[in-house]
Design a protein around this ligand. Structure first.
Ligand SMILES: NC(=O)c1ccc[n+]([C@@H]2O[C@H](COP(=O)([O-])OP(=O)(O)OC[C@H]3O[C@@H](n4cnc5c(N)ncnc54)[C@H](OP(=O)(O)O)[C@@H]3O)[C@@H](O)[C@H]2O)c1
Length: 329
């Protein structure tokens, strides 16, 4: 397989995007970071919000032009910075009946295009620009001058300039300094969903709770259990980032390394491999996408129920208690 290309500042034309009217739709985690970074890079950017949006005051106080949703109509570049499950209705409402071409739609996650929840007008350029982290870090890294890396993919290139525009836009949010990784909508969507569900969000939270619970059931005091799990996660995650999984194991004590490698044989067995394949299969087949949209359409009853159960978990309760105490001291 050919390794995907990584673009840096020398590959981007920062001037190219300056001529375009850009609208960022939404002012949440990513919308705020995109809008502020683009403004500070000299772009002609405005923010579009709903009439009753709670973010209106913040947009104005951060000196960004605030527009109604209708503003997307006159924009060359529209950035979809609203939650994924809201995007199909938003697209139907503001784009479906228009025949305007020569515009670019920018998605920050590939889900809606990959699974066909949105089928864009064939006259549009369609680009994916997905930062590798939350909006707050995207903004902080831009301000610090280091920039956050991102994925870039092109799904529609009517103008013949989609890649050039996408690279220029990526540079304007600061990603050219850290690396703009070329990918496809499919690979970003499947990788992102599977990674977050099984490791970064679901795996990390689920394993932390399970390990904590086992300690409590075996008589370990809550504070000890917290200090031996949640309290140390950040340090060990940083070590994996720096040295890789095996490198991290090499950096801990012989006792920890021996015990961990031995326990990995027990924990990560054929059954777990089958479960991982099953989850990947459900994502790839579009079943997960269907379940997500069905729950969203009903106001997320399943999400709310599962989240309430997680909030009741002892590890969560203990963390709230001890993490709060650490901040006070
Ligand atoms: N968050 C991340 O860490 C992250 C990382 C990489 C990629 N992404 C992607 O970035 C995109 C945006 O995610 P996000 O987490 O930044 O979103 P978010 O913070 O949940 O977005 C909130 C914003 O969306 C607006 N909004 C919500 N529903 C709307 C609707 N129906 N019509 C118009 N505006 C609406 C809200 O306005 P109101 O005040 O009117 O509710 C608010 O300004 C998604 O595609 C996501 O997958 C997110």
């Amino acid at each position: 397989m050919t390794p995907s290309r990584i673009y840096y500042s020398a590959d981007c034309d920062p001037e190219f995007i300056l001529k375009k009217q850009i609208t960022v739709v939404g002012y949440g985690s990513q919308g705020r970071a995109f809008a502020l970074n683009l403004r500070d890079s000299g772009c002609n950017v405005q923010v579009a919000l709903r009439e009753n949006s709670a973010s209106r005051q913040q947009v104005l106080s951060e000196r960004l032009p605030l527009r109604s949703m209708a503003a997307v109509d006159k924009s060359d570049v529209v950035i979809f910075a609203i939650p994924d499950h809201e995007q199909p209705d938003f697209y139907r409402c503001y784009f479906s009946n228009e025949d305007r071409s020569n515009r670019m739609l920018v998605f920050l996650h590939g889900l809606n295009i990959h699974f066909g929840n949105i089928v864009p007008n064939p006259g549009y350029d369609v680009v994916l620009l997905a930062p590798h982290g939350p909006g707050k870090e995207l903004r902080d890294k831009y301000v610090q001058g280091s920039g956050m890396s991102c994925f870039l993919a092109v799904a529609g290139d009517v103008s013949g300039r989609a890649l050039r525009t996408g690279l220029s836009l990526a540079a304007a949010i600061g990603a050219d300094k850290a690396g703009i990784y070329e990918t496809t909508f499919e690979h970003e969507t499947l990788g992102d969903l599977f990674g977050e569900q099984t490791l970064l969000v679901g795996g990390l939270a689920g394993l932390t709770m399970a390990v904590f619970q086992t300690m409590i059931e075996n008589g370990i005091p809550q504070e000890n259990a917290y200090l031996e799990t949640v309290h140390q996660l950040r340090m060990l995650a940083s070590m994996i980032e720096e040295h890789g999984p095996a490198g991290m194991i090499e950096h801990v004590s012989k006792t920890a390394a021996y015990g961990s490698l031995e326990s990995m044989q027990t924990l990560f067995d054929r059954q777990l491999e089958d479960k991982l394949q099953e989850i990947f299969g459900g994502i790839k087949s579009g079943e997960f996408n269907k379940r997500l949209l069905a729950d969203a359409a009903k106001g997320f009853p399943v999400l709310k129920q599962l989240l309430n159960a997680a909030r009741e978990d002892q590890c969560q309760q203990t963390t709230a208690k001890f993490a709060g105490r650490e901040k006070e001291s």
